[in-house]
Write a protein that binds this ligand. Structure first.
Ligand code: FES
Length: 131
């Protein structure tokens, strides 16, 4: 392990989960990191659980960025999948970083992409269906 990346970050960077793009998504977002110019695109499919609540049924990302940006994107999709939209929009960058075993201070800004993309994709979904 080096000082910048935990083993879990390296594992998610080398084997990212849920990479790609959902065709005809219910919600999508594209966000950029103003500090470095890296980009993330997130697409979601919304379904219902047994309580008739809206959930993130499927989620995929494409990230053009550093190892931390890719690992946090991957972890976000794992945390969000199956969650209600209300739970998913509350996932913060600290939650993502903690699940990855922490991010160094100089890399913390990289997790902004994942947090922002999740919130914006849900906003997009709600806007499209007029709620
Ligand atoms: Fe750009 Fe990490 S350096 S997101």
């Amino acid at each position: 392990m080096n000082n910048t990346y935990s083993q879990k970050i390296i594992e998610h960077f080398t084997n990212p989960r849920n990479v790609g793009e959902i065709a005809n998504p219910d919600g999508m977002s594209e966000v950029g990191n103003p500090r470095c110019g890296d980009m993330m695109k997130l697409t979601i499919k919304v379904g219902k659980n047994e309580k008739d609540e809206e959930i993130v049924e499927d989620i995929k990302f494409k990230t053009y960025g550093c190892a931390a940006a890719i690992a946090t994107s991957s972890m976000l999709t794992e945390l969000a999948k199956g969650k209600t939209l209300i739970e998913a929009e509350k996932i913060g960058k600290d939650d993502i970083a903690n699940e990855l075993g922490g991010l160094s201070d100089i890399k913390m800004h990289c997790s902004n992409l994942a947090e922002g993309a999740m919130k914006k994709a849900i906003e997009d979904y709600r806007r499209k269906r007029g709620s």
